[in-house]
Design a binder for this molecule. Structure first.
Ligand code: SF4
Length: 342
C-alpha cells in the first residue's frame, strides 16, 4: 500500500504511541489526572497498531505516556516490534521523565532494541525541579534531580550515546516559573555532553492556565544562552519539531521546540495513538476528534481494516493548530497531554 499523504500533502512519518496516561510526577504544564483510561490495549494489539503505521510509511516509533517506564511490558513491546525494521521501521525512541530509569532498566531497554531516550528535567536545582514537577517540597525536588542525573549516567553506560543523539534532555520553559534555569540547564548539558531540547510552554490540554505572556520564545532562549556561550543557528531538518543551534566553541548544541513562536505544522508527520487505542492527528486535537481503533483490534485483529481506517484518517487530516493558534484556540477543547502522549 502506497504511503498516504494527508489533506495538506504531509506523509505519515512518526507514530507516537502512549503506553499509559499515568505518571509519577505532576508537572503544572501537563497536570496528568493519574487515571488510566478504560480498555487499555494489549501488547499484541499495540504491535498491530505499530505494524499498520509502518505499512503506511511510519519510520519512527516514539513510546510515550504519562510515564512509559510505569508500563510493565515496555521492554516486551520494544522486542516485539524489532521485526518491523525489515518493513521500514528505522528508529524506536522513548520519552521519559527518567526518575524510574535505574541501571538494570537502562540495560534492559538497550538489549530490547531501543535506539534513543529523551529524558526530562525542567530545572537544575531542587527548588526549581520541585516547582516544575508539581512536588510538595524541595527535598522531593532534590530526590527527583538526583534520580534524573543518575538516569543520564545509567543510559550513557547502557550505550545510549549523547554524541550520536541517542540521549537528550527535554526542558519546558515557562516565564516566571523556571526561565531562570536556562543557563544552569545549558551548563548541566554542556557538562554532560547532552543536547538540551528546550520546549516553549504550550496550551496543551485544558488545565494548565496557559497564557501567551508566559511563553519565552525560542529566539529569546537562544539569545540568553548565546550571551554566555555563543551559538550559531542551524537549518531546521524537514519534519523536525526543533530548531537547532550549535555552540561556536564546538561543545554540542541546543534545540528548541518553538510551537508558539515559530510553528512547524507545515511538515508535521506525527500520528498519536493513546494507551486505549484512540488515534489523534494533532497534539491540540479535540477529544471527540479521535478515531477509536479498537473495532479493528478486538474481538479479533483485522489488520487490513485497520490500515484502511488509518489511511482514511490520515487522508482527511488538515491539522495546523499552531500555525493558526488564535483562531484555532477559540472555544476549542483539547484532549489532555498525558492522555495523548505529548
Ligand atoms: S500543532 Fe498539530 S499539526 Fe501543528 S505541529 Fe503540532 S501536532 Fe502537528
Amino acid at each position: 500500500m502506497a504511503s498516504p499523504t494527508d489533506g495538506l500533502g504531509r506523509p505519515l512519518g512518526v507514530l507516537r504511541l502512549s503506553l499509559t496516561a499515568r505518571c509519577n510526577l505532576a508537572c503544572p504544564y501537563c497536570l496528568p489526572d493519574g487515571q488510566e483510561p478504560p480498555g487499555l490495549l494489549s501488547l499484541e494489539q499495540r504491535v498491530v497498531v505499530v505494524q499498520a503505521a509502518v505499512a503506511l510509511g511510519a519510520h519512527s516509533l516514539r513510546l510515550t505516556g504519562g510515564e512509559p517506564l510505569l508500563h510493565p511490558q515496555l521492554e516486551h513491546l520494544i522486542e516485539a516490534v524489532q521485526p518491523l525494521r525489515a518493513q521500514g521501521l528505522r528508529e524506536i525512541a522513548l520519552t521519559s521523565n527518567g526518575t524510574l530509569l535505574n541501571a538494570s532498566r537502562a540495560r534492559a531497554l538497550r538489549e530490547a532494541g531501543l535506539d534513543r531516550i529523551t529524558l526530562s528535567l525542567d530545572g537544575a536545582d531542587a527548588t526549581s525541579v520541585a516547582r516544575m514537577a508539581g512536588l510538595s517540597d524541595p527535598r522531593a525536588g532534590a530526590r527527583t534531580l538526583e534520580a534524573v542525573l543518575a538516569a543520564i549516567g545509567h543510559a550513557r553506560d547502557a550505550g545510549f550515546d549523547p554524541a550520536a543523539g541517542a540521549l537528550k534532555l527535554n526542558a519546558v520553559i515557562q516565564r516566571g516559573r523556571n526561565d531562570d534555569q536556562l543557563l544552569p540547564l545549558a551548563e548541566l548539558c554542556r557538562r554532560q555532553g547532552l543536547e538540551l531540547r528546550l520546549i516553549e510552554y504550550m496550551d496543551v490540554g485544558n488545565r494548565n492556565g496557559w497564557s501567551p505572556t508566559d511563553v519565552v520564545s525560542a529566539s529569546a532562549m537562544a539569545e540568553r544562552i548565546s550571551s554566555r556561550w555563543p551559538l550559531e543557528p542551524l537549518e531546521r531538518d524537514l519534519h523536525s519539531t526543533a530548531r537547532r543551534w550549535r555552540y561556536r566553541d564546538g561543545s554540542g548544541g541546543i534545540a528548541v521546540v518553538a510551537s508558539v513562536s515559530q510553528p512547524f505544522c507545515g511538515d508535521c508527520n506525527r500520528l498519536r495513538v493513546t494507551a486505549d487505542g484512540v488515534a489523534y492527528t494533532c497534539l491540540f486535537a479535540a477529544p471527540s476528534s479521535g478515531l477509536d481503533l479498537k473495532p479493528w483490534l478486538q474481538p479479533s485483529i483485522n489488520a487490513v481494516g485497520l490500515e484502511q481506517a488509518l489511511t482514511q484518517l490520515w487522508h482527511s487530516r488538515r491539522d495546523r493548530y499552531s500555525e493558526d493558534r488564535q483562531a484555532s484556540a477559540a472555544g476549542h477543547e483539547h484532549a489532555e497531554m498525558a492522555y495523548l502522549g505529548g
